[in-house]
Design a protein around this ligand. Structure first.
Ligand code: ZN
Length: 202
């Protein structure tokens, strides 16, 4: 299973060697499992979805709130108009050891881990890869997610699932898109392009 930690939280499932898409292609809407009683509206129109507590936008919001409340951190001066830049700064600070930035990521990791424990109970996967923009935080995710599994998972089940953080970062999406085209190339109805003969091209 591949979890795409991003502005939402996506999920790809490879079951018995093939990507599982579900009946109409919507399998893996991990973002919208209703896990929290937080009364926070989700992008899907419901409330309390996993996304409302674990999206990287929430990470940026919590950083801004904490700084306003007086947290001491190298995140001071975090841009308020660019979530992308704010996110990059949080990751940079966390990787340099900033305690507040690490706390923010851990808080989100615990909640993602709670969702992951549901996946483990449902499907008993061999491997779960944390991927996407969020994977830039690398090993920082391992401890909080493991903590959540300790807390919420049946040990016998959790023990057999390996959690890894992808090193592909943004490239994962590019490679995935290229693979999708390659896999379906034979079925594409491409317009026939007449290649001009050499002398015509001149
Ligand atoms: Zn939702």
């Amino acid at each position: 299973m591949v979890i795409n930690m991003n502005w939402g939280v996506g999920l790809g499932m490879i079951l018995d060697g093939a990507l599982y898409r579900g009946e109409i292609g919507f399998a893996g809407e991990f973002s919208h499992i209703p896990l929290f009683n937080n009364n926070k509206l989700c992008s899907c129109g419901k409330h309390g979805c996993l996304e409302t507590e674990t999206s990287l936008l929430v990470l940026v919001e919590k950083a801004q709130e904490g700084l306003k409340a007086g947290r001491v951190s190298s995140l001071q001066g975090i841009p308020s108009n660019s979530p992308e830049e704010a996110y990059n700064l949080i990751i940079k600070s966390a990787l340099e050891g900033d305690q507040f930035a690490i706390e923010l990521l851990s808080e989100i990791g615990l909640k993602i881990g709670r969702g992951v424990s549901i996946l483990i109970h449902l499907l008993n996967p061999k491997l779960i890869v944390l991927s996407g923009r969020g994977a830039m935080a690398g090993r920082i995710w391992q401890a909080p997610i493991q903590q959540a599994l300790n807390e919420y998972c049946i040990p016998r089940l959790a023990h057999n699932t390996t959690i890894e953080v992808s090193e592909l970062s943004y490239q994962a999406e590019m490679i995935g898109a290229a693979a999708l085209v390659m896999e379906n190339f034979e079925h594409l109805h491409l317009p026939k392009i007449e290649t001009p003969r050499y002398e015509e091209a001149l």
